[in-house]
Structures are given as C-alpha cells and as structure tokens.
Design a binder for this molecule. Structure first.
Ligand code: GAL
Length: 436
C-alpha cells in the first residue's frame, strides 16, 4: 500500500527537493516549444513525468504541443531518474500536501493503489466517447480501470527484453552473428573484450540491474518459469535450480561491464553503444529513442534483437497517466482533453515514433515505424496468442511496488557484492518476494 497518511510532509518535502535537484547527466534539453496557440489558454495542465533523456524529452514535447494546440497551457513537472522512483517520491509528497498535479505518470498495479486512496479522477466519460474499450487490448484496459472505471490513460507498449548492439563494434570484434542464446552471448562478449572494447554497457541502478536480471530469468527459465517465479512469486520456483542457474548467468554478465558502471544513468549507457565504446546493452526500447534522437538507423548502425533465449517472449511495460481529482471545472476539461489526446491517433503515432515504443491503441497504421517497432508489434500479437506475453517486474507491471522494491534491492545487493554466494542470493530474493 502507498500509506500516504504515514508519510510526513516534512520528510516528503526534503526528498522532493533532493529528487528535483538531481539532474540526469547529459540529457539534452527538450525540443523547443512551439509558438503558443492562437486561442487563449483555457487551463494550465500540470503533468508529472520522468522523461528527461534526449529521446524521452522529444517524445513528451509532442504531448505538450498537442495540448497547446487545444488551447491549454502546459506546466512541465519533470523529475529526472529513469524508472521513475524519484518521480514517485515527489508525487507522494505533493498528494500528501493536498496539491496533486493534474496528471502523473503512474503505471501497473500502482494505479490500483492510488485509486484505492480515493484520489484519482474517473475518466469514463472520455473513455466512452472515444471508445477505449474497443481500441485497447483487454489486458491493458483492465490495468487502467479501478472497480470497472477508467482512472488512467495508456500511452504505449514498451518491450523490455531487448538487446541493443552496435554493428561497427561487432564487426571490429569479429562477431559474425547476433547471439541468440546465453552461451553464444558470452562467446561474442569474449571477442569484444579481446578487441579492447566494453562488451556490456550497464548502468548500475537497481531498476537497471533488475531489467537485466529479468531478461536472464526469462532466457534461462522460459516463460512458464518467469510467470511462476517472478509474477506468481511461487517459493518453489524462486528457490529452484533454474533460479540458481539464472543468478550464475546474471553474475557472469557483470564481468563484461566496465568499472564505471555503478550509478550510471541508462541513457549514458546507451550513449556508450551509440558512440562505439560498447557492444551491447540490455534495456527496454526507450533506448531506441536515444538511437533515433542521435540519427542512427536500425539494421545499419545498430541492431535490436530479443535478449538471448527470449525471442518467443515479450516483457511488456505500458506507460500511462492517471489524473488526480481536481475541483475546478476548467481543470477537469483540460484533464479530459489530455486523456483524449493520449489515446488519439496523432499522439499515438508521433509520440511512439520518438519514444521507441509501439502504439497501445489497436489497429494503428505502422507504415512510418522502423523494423524494430514492426518486430515488436508482431511479437506483441504473437506472444499474446501463444502465451509468451509477460509483465515486467523492473518496470512495475507485475507486482505491487513494495514487493518489486524489495526484490530490486535483493537483486542489486547480489550484483554489487561479488562475495555473496549464489545460494545466499537465491535465498534473499525469495525472501524479498515474500514481502507483504
Ligand atoms: C520506464 C518507463 C519508460 C522509460 C524508462 C526510463 O520505467 O516506462 O517510459 O522512460 O523508464 O526512464
């Protein structure tokens, strides 16, 4: 539970200042704002998000433009920090202080938790007028609803189980084929190391460690094992030999990262691949937003491939915005316009072209999208049919934040402490998964 009442305003305010003060390194400024719309602003819509990297900022600038075109003033409430932990801390403090933003990037089971606090606005009127029930996959619509009412608007579908590779680095190292299994991956990584380059660009933050970890569990254990261990949190699966093998594989990956990885932001790790300093990165397809912003072309400059052993699976991460209850009628109108814009075809196309994700709205024309997005779109449909579509834990799609938080800490402790035995790592992760 969020336990808003237990947060003191003072503590929250301090963390808010700390989080706001943190700047994501080398995040280029958002694209210049377009000229203000001719119509006078009807209302100011304040939107909390954590999209501050180059590709992310370009994406959110499109939402701002669309809202300004509708005559609304946009108040940007960006809190740097990939994965959104900082943003969630700041959000809690604002809500506790009785001053929520109009909308906030909230996703997965956290939507239910916020709704159960009674602070979210009902979006049913917009959803009905815009036919959301027919335009969304059922699994996504369910997450956006609380007690049958829409309380959040979905933006996109990110695939998490991607491996990004720089083509020139692979050529230089003599890696002929993109690895599709973990043994093949380690053979390729050895070649890159021998060529004097970094094999794996990694950002040592707990959500990034876990992004790699869940790829490994999926690749080593397969979809059913992933479901049992990571989604159902089955104690038997969590302590099985397959989990031991997963941790061994996970630890081995670390030996291919550079010494400067602790604390590194994800987009700086992506930049290492873009700049031919590193061969591979395990990251969701927001990384593609960075390649795109740098003018790189998939297939020519870089490769997108499913993480080893995961080609028949798809770990999904759906971004969404929840709206907070506001009293003012013009503010409510702005929220309705925002919700409608988010699900509109214009936004779904232009935002996702920049963000690296695919539209969440069904039956969108994919003509303008690149091969990585087309592969993602096909795999999303195929895995949904065949049972390989699974929620990402690292990106808060699967289990309540208290559980995923504890699991992330346990996984990162194992990653950071080379002396911890695999057996202890397994035990600690299983214990964290039992968090109530
Ligand atoms: C994810 C989010 C993505 C992307 C990423 C890095 O949690 O869903 O949209 O922004 O964090 O910031």
């Amino acid at each position: 539970m969020l336990k808003l009442s237990k947060l003191t305003i003072a503590v929250a305010a301090v963390s808010m200042m700390a989080a706001c003060g943190k700047k994501e390194e080398a995040a280029p400024a958002a694209a210049p704002a377009p000229a203000p719309a001719a119509a006078p602003a009807q209302s100011t819509v304040e939107v909390l998000h954590w999209w501050t990297s180059g590709g992310e900022a370009k994406s959110v600038a499109e939402l701002k433009r669309i809202m300004q075109d509708k005559g609304h003033a946009w108040k940007d409430f960006a809190v740097a920090g990939g994965g959104g932990d900082n943003a969630m801390t700041v959000l809690k403090s604002r809500v506790v202080a009785g001053n929520p933003p109009a909308a906030a990037q909230i996703k997965g089971p956290a939507i239910q938790e916020w709704a159960s606090e009674g602070v979210l606005a009902n979006l049913d009127e917009t959803a009905k007028a815009e036919n959301w029930d027919t335009l969304l996959p059922g699994v996504v619509a369910d997450v956006m609803k609380y007690n049958g009412n829409y309380v959040a608007a979905p933006v996109n579908v990110h695939r998490v189980n991607w491996m990004w590779a720089n083509k020139a680095v692979l050529d230089k190292a003599g890696v002929k084929a993109v690895p599709t299994t973990w043994p093949e991956f380690f053979a390729a990584a050895d070649k890159v190391k021998k060529a004097g380059l970094i094999a794996v660009a990694h950002g040592g933050q707990n959500w990034q460690d876990f992004t790699t970890f869940e790829d490994v569990v999926l690749g080593v254990g397969g979809t059913q094992f992933y479901q049992d261990a990571m989604v159902k949190l089955d104690a038997k699966a969590l302590t099985s030999p397959t989990m031991t093998k997963s941790l061994e594989t996970f630890r081995k990956i670390k030996s291919y990262t550079d010494a400067a990885s602790p604390g590194r932001d994800w987009n700086l790790a992506t930049a290492m691949v873009i700049q031919e300093k590193a061969a591979f990165q395990f990251m969701g397809d927001w990384a593609k937003g960075e390649f795109t912003a740098a003018g790189k072309v998939p297939g020519t400059d870089y490769i997108c491939a499913a993480a080893p052993g995961t080609a028949n699976a798809f770990t999904f991460n759906v971004d969404s915005f929840a709206m907070f209850k506001l009293k003012d009628a013009t503010a409510q109108k702005a929220q309705a316009d925002l919700a409608a814009a988010i699900m509109g075809t214009e936004f779904q196309e232009v935002f996702n072209l920049n963000k690296g994700s695919i539209p969440v709205r069904l039956n969108m024309d994919m003509a303008k999208f690149d091969d990585c997005a087309k592969l993602s779109s096909n795999d999303f449909v195929a895995t949904a049919k065949a049972g390989g579509l699974v929620p990402s834990i690292a990106h808060e799609m699967a289990v309540p934040p208290a559980v995923s938080g504890a699991m992330k800490d346990a996984v990162s402790q194992f990653w950071n402490d080379d002396k911890m035995s695999v057996a202890d790592g397994v035990k600690n992760i299983a214990k964290a998964a039992a968090t109530k």
